[in-house]
Write a protein that binds this ligand. Structure first.
Ligand code: NAD
Length: 290
């Protein structure tokens, strides 16, 4: 398949590499990042997109996605599919899909879970919004870049699934970290805490698979000085998107709101920037109640 890939950073670079390794022809464009081996460099996003059957984008945010889409959509061949894999606001995802469909193209929002490790290993999970036909066209590419692709519904449904998942993730990480900090102050050994909670009703992905306490549970960023992993500022980005969506949809999300506030304080007012999102544990450890 002829593929254009726009935005070849930490995630897009390894995703494009996997498509090349599977034998696809990939033309790429990025304003800064170098092309991975085997990806042909285009002079512009529009040049990359011309003649491609599928255009994949992996960009920092909704504003950049909108500006890239405005340039790329008019250059695409009829019947091609514009598939955005970035994490962006639901509104931008729907606006870009409407624009693509009005131009006679297919459109998908297909954000991912699995991080840089999953992108490199080809084990991402794709959460996809858009038509059945567009999903069927891009599915073979999702199967190369990931281990699972869930067709969640119409345009925007992929982004909705992503931000709801990550709102749960942010809230449970905070709950897990504050519980460890409380357990410390109550004199409970961290390993014992893990042994109990990981097999009791408090278990969660953050406790069982990504334990924020160093030396406890499976290997995680906590065992590597809280080097990300999933950076606290990316968690903050996703929590902000969830609260933006909750505001627009008039949904009551008090825990999500509080998680967004805490990560904002951690990233912007404390030492959280550049640290893994599980570094909330040393943050709580260092604090008292007042
Ligand atoms: P990144 O900053 O490494 O990559 C983004 C790339 O887009 C950069 O190389 C940048 O130069 C390029 N870019 C910016 N503006 C451009 C333009 N106008 N035209 C072409 N290229 C442009 O970020 P990343 O970590 O690869 O994340 C990409 C997206 O994936 C984000 O939306 C992020 O939220 C999402 N995501 C990231 C992770 C993660 O763990 N890093 C996990 C899941 C989802």
């Amino acid at each position: 398949m002829k593929i254009a890939f726009i935005g070849l950073g930490n995630m897009g670079g390894p995703m494009a590499r996997n498509l090349v390794a599977a034998g696809h022809g990939v033309t790429g464009y990025d304003t800064a990042a170098p092309m991975p081996e085997g990806v042909a460099q285009a002079a512009s996003a529009a040049e990359a997109a011309a003649g491609a059957e599928v255009v994949l984008t992996m960009l920092p945010n909704g504003a950049i996605l909108r500006s890239v889409a405005a340039e790329v959509i008019p250059a695409m061949q009829p019947g091609a599919v514009f598939c955005d894999c970035s994490t962006v606001d639901v509104e931008s995802a729907r606006a870009v899909a409407d624009q693509a469909e009005a131009a006679g193209l297919g459109a998908l929002d297909a954000p991912v879970s699995g991080g840089i490790g999953g992108a490199a290993a080809g084990t991402l999970t794709f959460m996809v919004g858009g038509s059945d036909a567009a999903f069927a066209t891009v599915k073979p590419l999702f199967d190369i870049m990931g281990q699972k692709a869930v067709h969640c519904g119409a345009s925007g449904a992929g982004q909705a699934a992503k931000i709801c998942n990550n709102m749960i993730l942010g809230v449970t990480m905070i709950a897990t970290c504050e519980a460890f900090a409380l357990a410390d102050k109550l004199g409970l050994d961290r390993q014992k805490m893990f042994d109990v909670v990981s097999t009791s009703s408090g278990y969660s992905w953050t406790m069982n698979a990504y334990c924020p306490a160093p030396g406890v549970g499976p290997t995680s960023p906590a065992d590597n000085g809280y080097k990300p992993g999933f950076a606290a500022e990316l968690m903050l980005k996703d929590l902000r998107l969830s609260q933006q969506a909750a505001e627009a949809a008039d949904a009551d999300t008090p825990m999500g709101q509080l998680a967004a506030q805490l990560y904002r304080q951690f990233v912007e007012g404390e030492d959280g920037k550049g640290r893994d999102f599980s570094a909330m544990l040393p943050r709580f450890e260092a604090r008292g109640r007042g």
